[in-house]
Design a protein around this ligand. Sequence first.
Ligand SMILES: O=C(O)CCC(=O)C(=O)O
Ligand SMILES: [Fe+2]
Length: 204
Amino acid sequence: MVLRLEIFFLLRACRVLIEEYGRHITRIAVSLFEAIAQTLNLELSSHQKSDYLLESTGLIRVYRYPPSDKTAGEALGMEVHTDSSVISILKEDETGGLEIMKDEEWFRVKPVADTLIVNLGDMMQAISDNEYKSVEHRVKKKDMTTKRHSVCYFVFPQRDCVIKSSNYKPFTYSEFEAQVQADVQSLGTKIGLLRFTPESPLFL
Ligand SMILES: O=C(O)CCC(=O)C(=O)O
Ligand SMILES: [Fe+2]
């Protein structure tokens, strides 16, 4: 009974914290998006701005990467991928492990206390007409015994907003998401924006 009450209070405290974190991180994502839109000279109405980055789509994932024993083999982190989001904002702990691909080389992101990491996702690449790249990244823990925690926020466009650019056929986020899910199911991997490139052999 005492334990249950403790868990109840712990969960409630967690919820309050995560909700507050969510409010701040959303504010940061919106400011970043506005700044990026300016650098791209995208003259967006406030309606278009909130269609391209819809605050209510923001989600927070809290990850725990447990220590793994030898039998778990390569279970040392997260596979290479790009995020489907517009913007992702990550907070990793002091153990580090996040790596990003730049000019065909992997770089370890050095963990810095009280610092957030901003990744741009597939939707930003499309919105910016490839001016900004959706960064390939992965997580590699230092070693088997290390535990790692991270708190990751992702924000997306409004599901039915049509994203128009010269590099991709017009698509909505719903279509993109459905295509990603279909590819993961049938091919075991995400193809992503390549599916929406007219010249790509993968174009449907
Ligand atoms: O745990 C991390 O630091 C990154 C997680 C991540 O890349 C993702 O969830 O897309
Ligand atoms: Fe990611």
